[in-house]
Design a protein around this ligand. Structure first.
Ligand code: ATP
Length: 477
């Protein structure tokens, strides 16, 4: 199965109303996207799949914290000081790059040309780079050219903080600065005690949250992969110190299984340990997906020790401890985090599902079919209903059936064009079932149900349709 090009996926997403550029009539806003009628359904289904996988468990509670938080939160979390990317400008083209990405892409090009030893040498240096000047030195020593102008005239590398700042209240002064959250996790940490006390959970337990996050990325690219506004699905699991490795292994497996259960192909998923561990992390791996532009992170699983709660305890002056009711032991829990991107996973789901195939027509020739092989639970429309022809009472009966079905399932009605065209339109948006009202329906009230993937048809009583589809579009457990 060949991977589709990103262009093919972007073009389908636009044409069929999955994703539009933000404020498009004004020329768009870089790195910001809107989800159209079908996109919002797919995104909601994806988030629902995650929400259920988390909160149907006994040991996980949900949360929806506000986007705006007390500015001290971001001092405690380290974001004010450290949440930055090294940035470099080319003096000729005026293009701005993330210095680490510029170097990584250069290394990729060396590899592609078979210059493996050189590639390894720079990779090693990149791994050790910490300060802006370390990146600058690599760029200069490796003589990396600007991909646009071809020149090597670079500015010094500087740190660039990725948090969006705004002002709280009517006065625009430093003391009223607040940030748009760059991750949802901090909302969970600062509510740790509230949830613990109100839910009667005992350690180990987790808190799950889905929500928007904002990062003023130096460069945005690859459609929904790296955007300035996106959505995250994060779960922080609080454990007893000493048990974190066990839970880390457990959650890595669970999360990998989740992507597989949603139909992501095994050969397009991999687990990659972090090469550089953050100063507080005991272990960290990424679950990656093979996008059309290469491997990219979908989700990070991090063993974060007690770093976050300890810092919030220190900065807020509030004790963030857990007391074991049996042993009376007191401790700050350790955290194992699963941090996924909802909008980034949406892109992975689209790329994974997109297929072009050629199929035989009735006339003996072949034609191209674009099909989104979405898991039925994720498909924006579950069932489409067609009258075979627009006469003999078929449209009326089909509409009546549609009116019944659409109250229970996301359904579509289509009576325009040849039946083959109507199938193609539904295949392209991943509708798992297409139902046709034909001559026989008028006599015995049965309909044909055509399966998107096998293209096989079965005949069932109209009265069983909702149940038939319903059973087949449930989320995997
Ligand atoms: P990167 O190294 O790619 O910038 P990160 O390691 O900083 O990402 P995390 O902070 O671990 O990412 O964020 C968790 C998840 O949030 C990522 O796995 C990704 O799915 C999602 N995410 C992060 N940044 C973006 C972004 N700019 N656009 C879309 N999704 C994002």
């Amino acid at each position: 199965m060949a991977a589709p090009s990103l262009e093919a996926v972007v073009s389908l997403a636009k044409r069929r109303g999955f994703v539009f550029p933000s404020s498009e009539i004004y020329g768009g806003l870089n790195g910001v996207w809107d989800f159209g009628p079908l996109g919002v359904e797919l995104l909601r289904n994806l988030k629902e799949a995650w929400w259920q996988a988390m909160t149907l468990r006994e040991d996980i509670e949900g949360l929806d914290a506000a986007i705006l938080m007390h500015p001290r939160v971001w001092e405690a979390s380290g974001h004010v000081e450290q949440f930055s990317d090294p940035m470099v400008d080319n003096k000729v083209s005026k293009m701005r790059y993330r210095a680490d990405t510029l170097i990584e892409e250069y290394i990729e090009r060396l590899r592609a040309r078979g210059r493996t030893e050189e590639a390894q040498r720079w990779e090693e240096q990149l791994r050790q780079a910490v300060e802006p000047h370390d990146y600058y030195r690599i760029i200069v020593e490796a003589q990396i050219p600007d991909p646009v102008s071809g020149t090597r005239e670079w500015t010094e590398v500087r740190h660039f903080n990725l948090m969006f700042k705004t002002f709280f209240g009517p006065v625009e002064e430093d003391s009223s600065i607040v940030y748009l959250r760059p991750e949802t996790a901090q909302g969970i940490y600062v509510n740790f005690l509230n949830v613990l006390q109100s839910s009667r959970q005992k350690i180990p337990f987790g808190i799950a949250q889905i929500g928007k996050a904002f990062r003023n990325e130096v460069t945005t690219k690859n459609f929904l992969f790296r955007t300035r506004e996106f959505e995250q699905m994060e779960m922080q699991y609080f454990v007893k110190p000493g048990t974190e490795q066990e839970w880390f292994d457990y959650w890595l497996q669970e999360r990998y299984r989740w992507y597989r259960a949603l139909g992501i192909a095994e050969e397009r998923l991999r687990v990659k340990p972090h090469q550089k561990l953050a100063h507080y992390a005991a272990a960290a791996v990424d679950i990656e997906f093979l996008f059309p532009f290469g491997w990219g992170e979908l989700e990070g699983i991090h063993s974060r020790t007690d770093f976050d709660l300890r810092r919030h305890q220190q900065f807020s002056g509030k004790r963030l401890e857990y007391v074991d009711t049996v042993t009376r032991e007191r401790y700050i829990p350790y955290v194992v985090e699963t941090s996924a991107g909802a909008t980034r996973s949406f892109l992975a789901i689209l790329c994974n599902a997109y297929e072009e195939e050629s199929i035989p027509t009735d006339r003996g020739s072949t034609e191209k079919r674009v099909v989104l092989r979405l898991h039925p639970a994720l498909a924006p429309i579950k069932v489409a209903i067609f009258p075979l022809v627009n006469r003999d009472g078929m449209p009326e009966l089909a509409r009546r059936l549609y009116e019944q079905v659409r109250r229970r399932l996301r359904a579509d009605y289509d009576d325009s064009g040849a039946i083959g065209r109507r199938y193609r339109r539904q295949d392209e948006i991943g509708t798992p079932f297409c139902v046709t009202i034909d001559g026989q329906t008028l006599h015995d009230e049965t309909v044909t149900v055509r399966d998107r993937d096998t293209m096989e048809q079965v005949r069932i009583p109209m009265s069983r349709l909702v149940e038939y589809v319903w059973e087949r579009v449930q989320l995997p457990v």
